[in-house]
Structures are given as C-alpha cells and as structure tokens.
Design a protein around this ligand. Sequence first.
Ligand code: HEM
Length: 484
Amino acid sequence: MDSMSLFLYLFLSVFTFFLLRATAAAHLRRRKTRLPPGTLGLPFIGETLQLISAYKTENPEPFIDDRVSKYGNIFTTHVFGEPTVFSADPETNRFILQNEGRLFESSYPGSIQNLLGRHSLLLMRGTLHKRMHSLTMSFANSSILKDHLLADIDRLVRLNLDSWTGRVFLMEEAKKITFNLTVKQLMSFDPCEWTENLMKEYMLVIEGFFTIPLPFFSSTYRKAIQARRKVAEALGLVVRERRKEREGGEKKNDMLEALFEGDGGVEGEGLSDEEIVDFMLALLVAGYETTSTIMTLAVKFLTETPHALSHLKEEHGEIMLRKGEVESLQWEDYKSMPFTQCVVTETLRIANIISGVFRRAMTDINIKGYTIPKGWKVFASFRAVHLDHEHFKDARSFDPWRWQGNAGSTSSANVFTPFGGGPRRCPGYELARVELSVFLHHLVTRFSWVPAEPDKLVFFPTTRMQKRYPIIIQRRSLFDPCKE
Ligand code: HEM
C-alpha cells in the first residue's frame, strides 16, 4: 500500500470515528438515555490493541476481568473499528440471542462476509434463514447421526489414526479428520487427493478471516480471496456434475441432495448453483475448524489432568472389552460414555472456541437501565460467563467431574452456551459431540502419548495451539486400561 492510500485510509478512519462518536452522543442527549459505562479508548483503534495483546497470551482474562470490576457486567468499549457494548451477563446474552432478527442481527467483519459469500447460512436473514437453518439441523440431528453419520465418523476416524506414527501434530490430524468428515457428510466423497487440495485452499480462506478486507493492504487477504475462488470453482464443478447425475435418476444420501431438494425462498424454484456453493463453503468452515480445535484441546487438558485421563480410559476400556478392536461403534456405545460427555462439555466450557458472538442493534434497545443505540455492535461473551466464579465453582480449572449427575453450574442453564442460542444456535452441536466422543474412544484405546515439546494455547486470531500441539505417540497392540 502506498503512503498516500495509507494516509487516506487513516484519515477516513479517524474522521468516521469522530463522526460516529458525535452522532451517538447527540442521539443519546436527545433521547435522555445512558450508555453502559466504559471507555472508547483511542480514536479509531479504540481498545483493539489491548484486546489483541491480551488474547495473544495464554491468559486473556484480565482484559474482561478489569473492565467488569471497574464498570460491571455490561460495559462499553471500542474494538475492530466500532463502538461496542460488551456483555458478560448471562441474562443479557440470552436476550441478545433470543431477539435475533427482531432487535439484533448477526454481524460479521467485512473480511468474513466477503470470504463466506452472501448466500451462506451465517449471513442469511429472515424466513430464508429459518428454513435453511432447519434444513441444516435436519442433516445433523440424532436420528441421522444414529442411522447414517456415526458409521462414517467411526470409519474415517479409524482411517486417520491408522496412519499415525512417532511424532504427530495433533491439531493438523484433527483438522484432517473433521474436514474429511464434513466433506463426506456434504457430498459423499471419501478422502483423496481432491479433498486434500481442497483443504489446503480452505486453510488459506480461513487465514483471511481476521485481516483487513483490502486486497492491496493485506497479502493474506489477497491470497484468501484467490483461494476462495478456487474452492468455489471446485465445489461448483461438483454441483454441476451432481445435477447431471440426478437427471439420470441417480441420488445420494447427503447434504447436497437435501440442498437440491430445498427451495431458494421462491415457491417452486430450487437453489441456484451459486447459492448452493456459498452454503456448502460456509458449512465446511463452520464445521471443521471448531470441532478440530476442541478435539486438540480435549487431549491437551486430559494430558495435563492424568486423573481424568485414567477415568476416561476406564470408560472406553469397558466398551472395548465388550466389542473388541474391529467392530465399529454403535449408537448404544456412544450413549454409554457418560464421563466422555463430561470431558467434552468441560472442554467446551473452558476452551470457548467461539468466545462469543457479535450482533448489531436494529433499533435503540433498553436493557438493565442502559441504552444500546441503534446501529451499535454488541458482543455477547460466552467466555466471560463460562469463566465466572459466580456461575461455576473454581471456574478456571478443568474439572470434568463438575458435570457428573447435574448441570455442572451453580445457576440456570443460561450460563452454559458454547453453541450459542436462539434462532442461530449451532446446527452442528450434536454432530460435534459425536465426532469428539468417537475420536476420544479410538485415541485412548489405541495410543498412549506425551507432548513432544512445550506448546502454548493462544486466543487470537482464533483459539489455537501455537505449535499445533506436537505429541509422541505409542501404539498399543491390545487395549489394557491399566497399562501406561
Ligand atoms: C465444537 C464444535 C462447535 C462449536 C463450539 C460451534 C459453535 C457455534 C456457535 C457458538 C454458533 C452460533 C453463531 C451465532 O450465533 O452467530 C454456531 C453456528 C453455526 N455452526 Fe457451529 N459449532 C461447532 C460445530 C459445528 C459443526 C460440526 C457444524 C456442522 C454442521 C456447525 C455448523 C454451524 C453453522 C452452519 C452455524 C451458523 C448458524 C446460523 O447462523 O444460523 N458447527 N456454531
């Protein structure tokens, strides 16, 4: 970027900042309302740098803790170029999530919007969103999982684990597993060179999510746009081929087939190729990055909590003794993993892959004595609630036992929302749990492992292990829960 463009960019940013601030202040004076307490920080940058530097460490909590102790559970800040109301309050979060489409609408940064494509579920609104959300749910619900997806999950997890030797980057293997599973679920392809290449392009797309969406400003964003084009072309080709096959009477049992049968909001008209491609592209993003990170972090927390790992091994040892090594897992096996469910739930609570969601106020909104002005961003922070000692005893420790026999928290179910809530609640919540449970089953029954070198969990731009969590594995010939 040349210096003139940089100057113009900064000038416009600072100008917009002051304009927004003056408009909001005038608006509030007129209406005699009050903003939640807090500070907007420096012009344009606001408190973004403080937030980023906190989230690049292993302990980002002080960023929220300091502001909550100064201003309370709802405060005003200014991040990523916009004034934002930050909520660490479970009731307010619930109000925000439940009022999606009425008082608030989802709001993603420009980079993510451009890279996802306008027909992705995450960006859809209104009745079309409602219809497509339930179509997605119908492809990841318990009965589909039980009758159809569980067998694929079991097979593809085994296939991946079969190739492990010596030193393994767990984060990478987990990504391969979840990517291959999502591709299979979407369009019935087994892992091959094509899926491997597709995954490489996908990684570039995701890298571009947290950059400034100006191609001349960021080479990461430029590469992401190119990769997005390649992914869309590859998916477009599949869609066209499958349309031809359907004309010849051939049908498959996958998400793509459901999309061909869905309508695009206009009675009698199906979805166009472009709509289907955008939809699939976003589903792949939503499904694989999140679940693979949780897989990796579950293993990290278990490694650091040997008592929990032995409890888990016992549970899976019993299943293994019943079934042997070859027979694939059935729904009843999945349902007989109570401690595994505690481990998954606790990992979701403490890792907070999606630390919260951004929304935009569609009108002036009064809540808890404050006003959120129309057009402002709000951030409903799940992380702040999940790690609050008021809601979870010893909230910052990994303790899967807290979920045994009860809801795990000291108050209502509103305080545990790793999959969000309301009309945009994650349609993959059950699928993710099954994938995680099957993965843990095969991992602990086949291998023992130790970390290959120290690694660090960081939270910006996404939650990830800095060195992809390298481990040294040792294969067990026959499972023995007592053998280390
Ligand atoms: C551990 C794994 C996962 C976590 C923690 C997670 C979390 C979330 C959260 C918090 C949201 C709500 C976003 C919002 O309200 O704006 C969401 C939405 C979504 N998730 Fe997941 N997710 C996971 C796995 C999956 C999987 C496996 C799929 C595949 C089907 C999936 C597909 C989606 C989609 C399509 C949306 C957008 C829903 C909408 O906007 O209507 N997720 N996810």
